[in-house]
Design a protein around this ligand. Structure first.
Ligand code: IFM
Length: 458
């Protein structure tokens, strides 16, 4: 374990106007699969396929947030956060185009009003992976038509909510949509084809670019950005081969998304490595993708160590499992310095107007003891990442907010309900919520009264 001596973050170490939040997403918490006109998404279809979800579950009920949202927003308020990041379910608003579903929009209307009543600034994400199945049937993200339908969807939502919502995140983790969805097939729609993945990534990026001016036109003073999952990439050894493999891996993981968003087009080295799978790009696409944004969202979880692996995967590179390092129950390496490194890199190489950590969190096998969850490891994870964030801001990196993933235990995609990331424990049989020790720690930290010295070590 590293960094323990840096622990001791205090609310007062951060800018007064800092955004503090928690983060969730629609399919992971809402449930209410067919309520008020919601149609199926690709995750309803994917979850129903045998063997795709570890525990055979789905998000059909999840945290039942669709009905329990007042209680959930009360928890968010009680933590002392001033913002709440959530996502809007496209299949509640549109099936396959046509007229927006008013009852779906009504739900988010109520939700946004509920946030404002509780002093929580709404931070909606338009796309957190739940594409309407009807659009998948027409090609999904591999079809250029979806780009334009996304802009229409952004238009309908921002017309309805734009009088109360200023911050807009277009996409959550385009890498996952493209690569888990279309390259390794771990996520919906479960396709395994490199060319499809690159085409999907291009369309996701383009849809972001086309949505930005639509949002600005509907929301005076809007602040718009995308949330990217980025990873520090380290070579497994000092060899030239490993360094080159790490560079290629970084290319597809990170630069493939950052470069075009900041007007640099796709990285040449990746295009060369994957030339047979290159996406179809039309004139003007790169200008659209590089639409000026107001912030970049960083979803940070773990670093990766890469070795050369001739013949393996499209990049001839392999992720190396390092022994003897601290990991979460998911096997993800715990490295707060990796978050600091990424924040410095984004600032130095791309210079966004602001950066928000839009997700950061950890999964552990929590145990309930006398109605309490003593999740010392998650508390330590959170405290050490906040210490790293504090130090990074002190170095001049313009980070303006932090959202912990997640407010609630929820449906963790292909892992079903087997992975708990919440600051709040959810009993999925009774839907009872219990704030974990990590949630209490965040609450004490945000209230400035925390016994934040010496949070328990893992
Ligand atoms: O649960 C996910 C979330 O939907 C996207 N970012 C990573 C989280 C943990 O895997």
């Amino acid at each position: 374990m590293t960094d323990i001596e840096h622990i001791d973050p205090e609310r007062g170490d951060f800018p007064v106007a800092f955004t503090w939040g928690t983060s969730t997403s629609s399919y992971q918490i809402e449930g209410a699969r067919h309520e008020d006109g919601r149609v199926d998404s690709i995750w309803d279809t994917f979850s129903a396929r045998p063997g795709r979800i570890r525990d055979g579950s789905s998000g059909a009920v999840a945290c039942d947030h669709y009905h329990r949202w007042p209680e959930d927003l009360d928890i968010a308020r009680s933590l002392g956060t001033n913002a709440y990041r959530f996502s809007i379910a496209w299949p509640r608003i549109f099936g396959d185009g046509g007229t927006p579903n008013g009852r779906g929009l009504d739900f988010y209307d109520r939700l946004v009003d509920g946030m404002l009543e509780r002093g929580l600034q709404p931070w909606p994400t338009l796309y957190h992976w739940d594409l309407p199945q009807a659009l998948q049937d027409r090609g999904g993200w591999m079809a250029r038509e979806t780009v334009h339908l996304f802009a229409d969807y952004a238009d309908a939502v921002t017309r309805r909510l734009g009088d109360r919502v200023a911050q807009w995140i277009t996409h959550n983790e385009p890498w996952c949509t493209a690569m888990h969805g279309h390259m390794d097939g771990m996520h919906a729609p479960g396709i395994r084809d490199v060319a499809s993945a690159l085409q999907a990534s291009h369309h996701v990026l383009l849809s972001h670019g086309l949505a930005v001016p639509v949002i600005r036109a509907n929301v005076p003073g809007a602040r718009v950005g995308a949330a990217l999952s980025l990873h520090p990439v380290r070579p497994a050894s000092a060899s030239r081969e490993d360094a080159a493999a790490a560079h290629r891996h970084d290319g597809l993981r990170n630069r493939w998304f950052l470069d075009p968003l900041f007007g640099k087009g796709y990285p040449r080295d990746v295009l060369e490595a994957l030339r047979d799978a290159a996406p179809r790009i039309e004139a003007g696409d790169f200008d659209a993708i590089a639409a000026q944004t107001d912030f970049t969202g960083l979803n940070y979880y773990f670093p990766e160590t890469i070795a050369a692996a001739p013949g393996e995967g499209p990049l001839h590179a392999r992720v190396v499992h390092r022994e003897g390092v601290e990991r979460t129950a998911f096997g993800w390496e715990v490295a707060p310095d990796g978050m600091a490194q990424l924040l410095r890199r984004i600032h130095a190489e791309y210079g966004p107007r602001a950066i928000y950590v839009t997700e950061n969190g950890s999964c552990y096998d929590d145990a309930m003891e006398n109605g309490q969850v003593h999740d010392a490891q998650r508390t330590s994870y959170l405290a050490r990442h906040l210490a790293a964030l504090r130090d990074t801001i002190a170095q001049g990196v313009p980070v303006a907010g932090y959202f912990a993933w997640s407010l609630l235990d929820n449906f963790e995609w292909a892992e079903g309900y087997t992975r708990r990331f919440g600051l709040t424990h959810v009993d999925f049989a009774t839907q009872r919520r219990i704030l974990k020790d990590s949630g209490k720690w965040y609450r004490a930290f945000l209230h400035g009264s925390a016994a934040v010295s010496n949070p328990p070590q893992p």
